[in-house]
Design a protein around this ligand. Sequence first.
Ligand SMILES: [Zn+2]
Ligand SMILES: [Zn+2]
Length: 241
Amino acid sequence: MLNNCLKIVHLFKNALLGTRCVLCKTPVKLSPNPHPNCICKDCQRHLPWRDSPSCPQCGNPSWGELCGQCLTKPPYFDQTIAAFHYRYPVEKLIAAYKYRQQQHIALPLAQALIVTLAQQLKQRPDIIIAMPMHALRVAERGFNQSFELAKMISLALHIPLQQCCRRIIHTPPQAGLDAQQRIRNIRGAFSCGQDIRGLKIAIVDDVMTTGASLNELARQLKQHGAAHVQCWLVARTEHHD
Ligand SMILES: [Zn+2]
Ligand SMILES: [Zn+2]
């Protein structure tokens, strides 16, 4: 009920005031629900969509087959789907969303992922989980950016968002660390408190860099009996560090 009221207020506001593309600032007409358009069509076309074949398991560039890395030392997650390469202007959008509190940017980012999932999703998960953030970090930033994205995706896909894991160690930020340091930094950082045996789970996160956090979370989920784990990302860097 409250949600519907908010939607109506939102539509009215946009009808009266119009809305602007978050990238080029030109006014855009909002289509009615469910997908108001916050990045204009022109800008959308020029975004760094990941449309070339990649490794289905980790998302590294490949001919659509498992990459060498997944063949020799596979990650704990089974599949990776990412909307964008982590490049301009997507990296700027994500930074503005995360670090400059521009929360309206969550909507176009989530929509891009929803569009990508509509094309690429092979295994529909039973539940969605957002990459957990430590309570201290949430207090610092004011919100968990992945959780906000996951809420929108859960609503659009009608898959329950169930935050079954917590981040129990307040690790230093992963940015600036090399691949090995990231693995050490994140080890044992998550704790799973619910019965997830036999469940297919999708982890939502904003960016995958080396995949160390996602791999550690997937390890924890599998250890607790998850049957299948996939990573859903707004953006992914093109190569491992
Ligand atoms: Zn635009
Ligand atoms: Zn791979």
